[in-house]
Each structure stands twice: as C-alpha cells, then as structure tokens.
Ligand binder design. Structure first.
Ligand SMILES: [Zn+2]
Ligand SMILES: [Zn+2]
Length: 102
C-alpha cells in the first residue's frame, strides 16, 4: 500500500492521512477520511496535498481551497466587468435624468 501524504479533509477539515480504498491507475486513487469516513480524492492542483470531495455524482478535481482560488480569480474578473457595466449604467441614468430635468 502506497503511503499517502497528510492533507486536509474537505469534509471535516482535519489534517488526515487518507485510507486507500481503491487503487486506480486511470483515475485517481479512491481514498477515505479516517475521521469522518467520507470519500475523498487527492487534489489535482500541483503541490497541493489537500483532498477533494468525492460524491456519487461527481468527483471534484480540486480541494475546496484550490476551488476557491480558481473561482475567486474568475469572480474578480466578473466583478470588474460588473463595475464597468455599473458605471456605464449610472452614466446612462444620469444622462437620462438630466435630460428630463431640462
Ligand atoms: Zn474527514
Ligand atoms: Zn488543492
């Protein structure tokens, strides 16, 4: 049995050494958290030793913290776009309001 590195469980957030349930060469090894018994997979992010949630529908590729950093990067772009859109909208509204007042 290959020794797994300690990492953070996405379910109980404890630092755990996962229990290997199923060795898998094509997909990732299926592991289990020894504390909360949830199914977990090693995070795909390079250098990250935390674990991603395994669900019956979908096995997450990244651990919650890596998912967060990816989605917050996307969120920043979205926020910036929203800001620009908001500024334009405000300008249009101000223009419309000032026209009405004349
Ligand atoms: Zn756990
Ligand atoms: Zn990760």
């Amino acid at each position: 049995m290959t020794r797994k590195q300690k990492g953070k469980c996405p379910f109980c957030l404890e630092s755990i050494t996962p229990v290997l349930i199923e060795e898998n060469t094509i997909r990732r090894d299926k592991c289990k958290c020894p504390k909360c018994d949830e199914e977990i997979y090693l995070c795909r992010s390079p250098g990250c030793h935390d674990f991603a949630k395994g669900t019956s529908v979908y096995d997450h590729e990244l651990c919650p913290s890596c998912t967060d950093s990816v989605s917050s990067a996307a969120g920043e772009v979205g926020k910036a776009a929203l800001k620009v859109g908001g500024a334009v909208l405000t300008a249009v509204l101000v223009a419309a309001a000032s026209k009405k007042n004349k």
